[in-house]
Each structure stands twice: as C-alpha cells, then as structure tokens.
Design a binder for this molecule. Structure first.
Ligand SMILES: [Zn+2]
Length: 436
C-alpha cells in the first residue's frame, strides 16, 4: 500500500517536472546571464536568495564567510581577496520536518571562470543561447545547470504538495573554482546533514574519487634594460622558461610513479597546468620580472602541504642548473587551493540510493568516474563525516570556449534529483503529518 502511495507521488512529481520545463530553461538562462566570476557573485547570490525565499518558500540564510574563524580550519585555502558583499546562500525547506527519513544537502557553486577570449566564442557567453539540444554559455555546464536541476527537483516536489520526512537544505555557494571556502563556511556555520549531493557535470556518472589541488605563484627576476644593452641584461621571460620546463618535468615525474588505486585506469591522472604568465610591457625593453601561476594535482591521501614542499624543492633544484637562477632563485608562493584529494567508499547508502534513482529514471546502470580535478565534496567527506558525491548532467568545453550543456540530460538529472530526494528524505504521508 505504502509503495503505491509513493509511486503515485513520484508520478505527480514527474508530471510537475514536465510542466515546469520551460521555467527551468528560463531559470538556467537567467542565472547564466550573471557574470558571476570571482568577486562578482553578489548580484547572482541576491537573485538566488530571493528565488529560494519567494518561489521555493525556503527559510533563507545569506551570510558572508567569516574568514578569521575559517582560517583556523585545516581545509582552509588562503585567499588574496576580501569577502565583503559576497554571500553564501542557504535555503532550508520548511516542508521537510524531522521524521523517519535522512537529512540532505543539495549544493552548487555559482562562481564561474572567465569567458576570455570572448571574441573566440560562437555564442555570447553570458546569455545562455539554446541551439538544438544544447544551451551554450559560460557556466552552463560548470555548474549552473546542476543548480537548476536541484532547484527544479525541489520545486516539482513542492508544487506536487509533498511534505518530506527529513530536513533538506539547498545551498548556492561561492569560490568552488579557487578555494572551496564557500562550502566550508556553510559547514562551519552548522549546516550539516546525513548526506550531500553536488550536481557537478560529469556526464551523469557518479564521482568515486577526485585528486587534490594546490596553486602556486613563481616570480623570476631578471635585469631589465633597453634592448641596446641586451647583452648586459637578463631577460626574465627567457629565464622563466627554466621554471616552465621544471613544472613540466615535475608533471612527468609524478605521473611516472605508481598510481593511486582509484586512478589505475587513467592514462594521465596528475596534471600540472601553467595557467597564467605575466611579464614585460614593451617590445624594446628587456623584462625585469616574470610571474607565472600554476595548478598542481596530486593523489588522495597526500597532504597538500607536503606537495607544496615537494614542488618548491623540485623547482629550486632545477633552478640551480641555471647559472643566473642559482644566484637569484625564484620566489615560490602558494595561495588559493589547498585542497586534499578524496577517495570515496562507494558501498554507502548514498551511492545505493543514487544508483536506484539513476536507474529508475534513465533505465541504465550508474557508472562511476574518477575525476582529475577537485570539487567541494572533499570537505563533507574528509572533515565532517558526511558522505558526499557529485552527480550531474552531460556537457562539454568546461572552462573553455563554447561551453555547453545537454538539455535532455539536464531534464533527466532533474528527475533523478527529485527521485533521490523522495527516497532519501522520505515522504510524510497523511497519518504521519498528524503526529509531528
Ligand atoms: Zn564546478
């Protein structure tokens, strides 16, 4: 009898997802229109807080991360920017009461990386252009579509008139792309649960493991001069090539070592990316300084501080092979990501229930994936004992030109989230409502 009730409620939710589909597309287009890069998240976060409150009827807590207290946490990443006016938004569902179900956090980040070079795009990056079965735009894949999925999964449940049998919170966080301090701030503020799901877009596969990530900034000094005295000067750009090659050789070195069990099947799990390089301002001047920034990946189980020490030692050793750099060693700093890797136990009820929801909606078995980047799931698993993983839509060109999300997949993921919420949190039926 109870199963039949649940099944009919699930059918009512599926119907709502269909009815709300145009609204979901409009919502994704709307949130894509915000240029929510680092430091510019406020307008979108205010929109999210308003949407949570006005449309979803959630109790909203919008708060700025308390960096002074967060900085004591071992998972804290050192930022180089202020947090004023850049809130994390948490919405608590009022139709989820403590009952027999399990509590749940659905979380997504609304920060996006730069869309430059914008001129290379075939679509305006901040409009959310639909063409065929795709929407194009910066952040549509990573991960505004995921945010749309859980927002509309919840909205469908709410509009079907269903009460949940456990507390549910929806979170819109900042800084997943550089520190993870937004997610950490929500956890430190006391927003915990029996599990957390993050719809990062890994092609409707569930994340089994992710690497750790650190950022480094390397400053190489030269001796600037007018080019007519170039023979008496030292070109910082040319000297920085020694460091660039050292970063590449570090990458080859770590990938030649035995692989972590979860990454055995991956051809190249550890990436070192030189993401920024700045030097010089005049073709006829020898540059005095060259600053490069890189991102370094490493396996779960390794301490980010050990990796920082290792990278620094490697670069300084290679610098010594150059006469100039031996006497004038580069300055090596670390900021931003101080993110440990994580390998998950995929036999927990979180994986089992998600598997059931994915199979029920898509008719296919749920595949696992190991990702060579980081996500916010590390905080929940490593520091708060909360099982957490990622499951989100299919898309392409994340962080690149013409980023897109597959819209059929987005709709399916929305349905999977709705099904999962009902399974995990449980449904409060008529007779139970009277007892609360
Ligand atoms: Zn992401």
């Amino acid at each position: 009898m109870k199963n039949t009730v649940h099944e009919s409620l699930q059918a009512a939710v599926s119907k709502q997802i269909d009815l709300l589909w145009e609204d979901e597309l409009a919502f994704l287009k709307k949130i894509t229109s915000y240029r929510s890069t680092l430091g510019n998240e406020a307008a979108l976060q205010n929109f999210m807080a308003d949407y949570f409150q006005r449309v979803l009827g959630l109790e909203v807590d919008s708060f700025v991360p308390d960096i002074k207290s967060l900085s004591k946490h071992q998972a804290f990443s050192v930022p180089e920017w202020p947090y004023d006016g850049r809130p994390v938004v948490v919405g608590t569902a009022l139709n989820g009461k403590v009952g027999n179900g399990k509590s749940l956090i659905l979380q997504g980040h609304i920060d996006v990386v730069s869309a430059e070079p914008v001129a290379s795009w075939d679509y305006p990056p901040f409009e959310g252009t639909i063409e065929g079965n795709r929407m194009y735009g910066r952040g549509v894949q990573d991960m505004k579509s995921g945010v749309a999925a859980f927002v509309f999964a919840y909205r469908a449940i709410m509009e079907a008139g269903i009460e949940l049998d456990a507390p549910l919170t929806l979170q819109s966080v900042i800084e997943e792309e550089c520190t993870g301090n937004g997610a950490l701030a929500a956890l430190e503020k006391g927003y915990t649960a029996d599990a957390a799901l993050i719809p990062e877009p890994f092609g409707q596969k569930v994340v089994k493991a992710q690497v750790g990530v650190i950022w480094t900034r390397i400053t190489v000094k030269g001796v600037g001069a007018h080019t007519e005295r170039a023979h008496q000067s030292v070109n910082a750009i040319e000297k920085s090539m020694v460091i660039l090659n050292a970063l590449k050789s570090y990458q080859s070195h770590v990938n030649s070592q035995p692989k972590h069990d979860d990454f055995k099947g991956h051809p190249h799990p550890l990436n070192v990316n030189i993401g920024k390089i700045h030097s010089g301002d005049w073709p006829s001047s020898v540059p005095s300084e060259c600053v490069m920034e890189a991102r370094v990946g490493f396996y779960p189980g390794q301490d980010p501080q050990d990796i920082k020490d290792q990278v620094k030692a490697w670069l300084l050793e290679k610098a010594c092979e150059d006469d100039w750099l031996k006497e004038h060693p580069p300055e090596i700093l670390f900021y931003g990501f101080h993110a440990e890797g994580v390998a998950l136990d995929d036999t927990t009820s979180l994986f089992h229930e998600l598997e059931k929801s994915h199979e029920a909606v898509s008719g296919k078995p749920l595949e696992r994936t190991e990702i060579t980047c980081t996500t916010d799931i590390r905080h929940y698993n490593l520091h708060y004992g909360i099982p957490a993983t990622c499951y989100g839509p299919v898309g392409g060109n994340m962080h690149g030109i013409n980023e897109w999300v597959d819209l059929d997949s987005l709709k399916e993921v929305t349905a999977v989230y709705a099904d999962f919420i009902l399974r995990w949190c449980g449904i409060r039926t008529g007779d139970e409502r009277g007892h609360s």
